[in-house]
Design a protein around this ligand. Structure first.
Ligand SMILES: [Zn+2]
Length: 102
């Protein structure tokens, strides 16, 4: 964790996420909870990696559009991003019946 001031008001890690240069990934083996950074504010949606277009979860075999109601229930640490539906299918995922990605 990097703060730009001694009081800890300027969280550089959060600035990187807010500016779109980084995404939240919560490693649970430490005392930091990145979701605390937006305490009292709206927590950002999980963001796709470079070429991410569809998202699935390590806990299911469905892939979704990122704005699908089910995609939003996927925790960032469980998200698996695909650049194309072909890539998702090749990984053994099937199209979500709700958002119906190709
Ligand atoms: Zn879906």
């Amino acid at each position: 964790m990097v703060y730009l001031d001694p009081e800890g008001d300027q969280n550089f890690n959060r600035m990187l996420v807010d500016a779109g240069h980084a995404q939240v990934k919560d490693y649970t083996t430490n005392e930091f909870d990145p979701y605390d950074w937006w305490a009292g504010e709206e927590t950002p949606e999980p963001t796709p990696t470079e070429a991410g277009k569809y998202v699935g979860s390590v806990k299911s075999d469905k892939y979704h559009y990122p704005d699908c109601q089910w995609a939003k229930k996927i925790k960032p640490e469980n998200g698996v991003w695909f650049a194309s539906s072909e890539e998702a299918r090749a990984a053994g995922y099937v199209s979500c019946g709700v958002c119906k990605p190709p």
